[in-house]
Ligand binder design. Structure first.
Ligand SMILES: *Cc1c(COP(=O)(O)O)cnc(C)c1O
Length: 361
């Protein structure tokens, strides 16, 4: 008996996408760190990242790293979200590497590492313009790098990193990546040795790899959802990606009701279930299908990219998504299954629920 909603993951195609990206990075001297937070640490997918060449597995959540350790998947684990003071013992216990941007947190990590008898590696994040985490003043970056190198015996300064394309929508460019390299070289001069890692960003920085204008010394990128979702580089940034499988992940949901109804709500309108004022287009009587998946399962269903021209996502509430199926070629009825593409957000939400069933093909 199949159960829905369902995520269908083609592991073979996921592996091929990961392998190809790892190879393209390796050709430029870059290691790909496998970011597994978007699938909430699904073990089969994590194993795919690891076995296809991502030596370091990374997540923003310590729980994911703890689970991987306990399952024996992977060998080096990196915490992506700069640590909370309240989670320092677990950071040292479960992460080999963490990204950092605060001197007092570095000192707390050091104290805990000494207490646990471990050496914890840190990557200092440099703010290059996206305005999330990272040192803004070069002097402060240098000061904390020197402190880590000279005074904090429980920490090893592994390198520096940057992040773009998250809060500020900033693109990775030769210039902002070179700025990171300049910061690394400033630190190297002061500490008298080379840094092991210069981490030039996430998925979006792959554009610089494909265009061949990634600065020489960038040697790490942290790549997560793209080999699975296979959407952004091709459909947002226009890269051909002819080798990429686009059918790695699909969601399947069951139809609960199919009925012809007016397309504009009837009555005096106020706000929807989430307090938003909505606009509804009056297209007359249309055939609509309701599927058993909602915002609770997949966040905003409006941005599900639909390959099937006969199906349009009209909207959703917590547990229901409403589709316009007027132009769908085939008759639909309650109990039928609809398959849709998903993007990053839906993958993230759906893998975080234990009543969304994951099926590997
Ligand atoms: C999530 C994350 C990444 C990877 O992002 P994807 O979009 O999943 O490739 C890289 N770096 C940091 C700091 C992150 O939090």
């Amino acid at each position: 008996m199949e159960r829905y909603p369902q995520l269908v993951i083609n592991l073979g195609h996921a592996r091929e996408n990961i392998r190809n990206l790892v190879r393209k990075c390796a050709e430029k001297g870059i290691r790909m760190t496998g970011v597994i937070k978007v699938v909430n640490g699904l073990p089969e997918v994590c194993r795919a990242y690891y076995e296809e060449g991502c030596k370091v597995l990374a997540s923003s959540r310590i729980q994911h790293l703890k689970d991987l350790r306990e399952k024996g998947i992977g060998e080096e684990f990196e915490l992506l979200r700069i640590p909370m003071m309240s989670e320092i013992p677990d950071v040292i216990r479960y992460a080999d590497i963490s990204l950092n941007s605060d001197g007092s947190v570095l000192r707390a990590l050091n104290d805990e590492a000494l207490r646990q008898g471990r050496i914890h590696k840190v990557i200092l994040m440099v703010e290059v313009g996206d305005l999330r985490e990272g040192y803004w003043e070069k002097e402060e970056l240098l000061r904390d790098a020197l402190m880590t190198e000279n005074d904090l015996d429980g920490l090893f300064l592994e390198g520096v990193g940057m992040n773009v394309g998250c809060y500020g929508s900033v693109l990775p460019t030769f210039e902002n990546m070179q700025y990171l390299v300049d910061c690394a070289e400033m630190i190297e001069k002061a500490i008298g040795r080379k840094l092991d890692v210069i981490s030039g960003g996430g998925t979006s920085s792959l554009m610089r790899v494909f265009d061949g204008d990634v600065p020489e010394r960038i040697n790490d990128l942290r790549v997560g959802g793209e080999p699975l979702v296979a959407y952004t580089l091709k459909h947002v940034y226009g890269y051909p990606m002819e080798w990429q499988h686009e059918d790695v992940i699909r969601m399947r949901a069951e139809i609960l009701e199919v009925r012809e109804k007016p397309s504009h709500p009837i009555g005096k309108l106020a706000v929807d279930a989430f307090g938003h004022k909505q606009v509804y287009e009056d297209r007359g009587i249309r055939k609509r299908a309701i599927i058993g998946i909602g915002k609770l399962d997949c966040g905003e269903p409006y941005d599900i990219p639909n390959e099937d021209p006969g199906i349009e996502v009209l909207g959703a509430s917590s547990d229901h998504t409403i589709l316009d199926v007027e132009d769908y070629g085939r008759d639909l009825k309650a109990g039928d299954i609809i398959e849709l593409r998903i993007k990053y957000a839906q993958l993230m939400y759906m893998t975080s629920r234990n009543d969304v069933y994951v099926k590997y093909v």
